[in-house]
Design a protein around this ligand. Structure first.
Ligand code: B12
Length: 236
């Protein structure tokens, strides 16, 4: 079994999904390992849809302890162990600010494309996927999955319903995501649908519908999003 397959097996056992890997170049701005050795390979880890990720998470001690940021804490614990077992180190998307460019890195590792609403889209999962960790390794890993030559699914999407469905126009062509308008709506009575079923712009996308997160899973993320905006005093 190749090293990539061994990592994949272990990551799958933990309830996550291996999202490919890449050999970093200068413009990727991947840091060296803490020993000063250069990082030769980055393996991206995430999840797509709710299964099996959400079930595994809700069985974790972090979820049961009802702590702050239980998903981040659980991910950190299991991924730090995994990285150590393979002689590497791990970075997380929530490390920062400044944040590591996880979306950019993930599009080096697998076929992902920026969608008009800023989330990255996959032919398989639509926007219903997330990035959870990047494993940095000091050696070159062979047989990394190749990127497909397909174009972004958004290029052949004539209607682009993602751009016209947001009740508060948080997205628009050439516009940055108005996350405050989004958060204010999600905490309001009118925004109960987005809060309980997830972002409407994401739900109307025709790609990867079968990977739409379960209501319980998506409500967890929407609640974390609005809690963070409340904690920062931006939304009341
Ligand atoms: C800060 C942040 C937010 C802020 C956004 C603030 C803002 N002003 O936009 C807040 C808290 C509001 C937020 C909200 C959400 N976020 Co957020 N967020 C991040 C975070 C932590 C950092 C982003 C960042 O600054 N990166 C630094 C830059 C340099 O990295 P980069 O990869 O190079 O970014 C490039 C691309 O993003 C690209 N880009 C971005 N938008 C667009 C749009 C177009 C058209 C193009 C061409 C390119 C492009 O340009 C950037 C510069 O090169 C990332 C995790 C991470 N580390 O990336 C998650 C992340 C981007 N978020 C994510 C998600 C899922 C969400 C939410 C849906 C969460 C929820 N509530 O369910 C919402 C909605 C976001 C939305 N609809 O766009 C996911 C996206 C997964 C995906 N499918 O792409 C990430 C990757 C986290 C994760 N664990 O997977 N988020």
């Amino acid at each position: 079994m190749s090293e990539y397959q061994q990592i994949e097996k272990e990551v799958t056992r933990l309830g996550f999904l291996v999202r490919g890997g890449f050999a970093p170049e200068g413009e990727d701005t991947v840091p060296n390992l803490s020993s000063g050795q250069p990082t030769q390979t980055v393996i991206m880890i995430g999840n797509a849809g709710s299964t099996p990720f959400w079930n595994r998470f809700t069985q974790s001690s972090e979820y049961k302890a009802d702590s702050q940021n239980p998903m981040d804490n659980w991910t950190r614990r299991v991924m730090e162990d995994l990285a150590k077992n393979f002689g590497g180190e791990v970075l997380f998307p929530s490390d920062g600010p400044p944040y590591y460019p996880f979306q950019r890195w993930s599009s080096r590792a697998e076929s992902l494309y920026p969608s008009p609403i800023g989330l990255y889209i996959s032919h398989d999962w639509g926007t219903w996927h997330a990035l959870r960790a990047a494993i940095l390794l000091p050696e070159s890993v062979d047989n990394l999955p190749e990127l497909s030559q397909k174009q972004s699914p958004c290029l052949s999407c004539k209607d682009q319903p993602c751009l016209s469905s947001c009740p508060v126009d948080a997205f628009g062509i050439g516009q940055v995501y108005d996350y405050l308008a989004c958060a204010k709506h999600v905490v309001s009575e009118e925004g109960a649908d987005c809060a309980s079923k997830g972002c409407l712009a994401r739900r109307v996308c025709p790609v990867g519908q079968e990977f739409t997160l379960t209501p319980e899973h998506v409500a967890f993320h929407m609640a974390a999003f609005t809690r963070a905006r409340r904690d920062s005093g931006e939304v009341f």
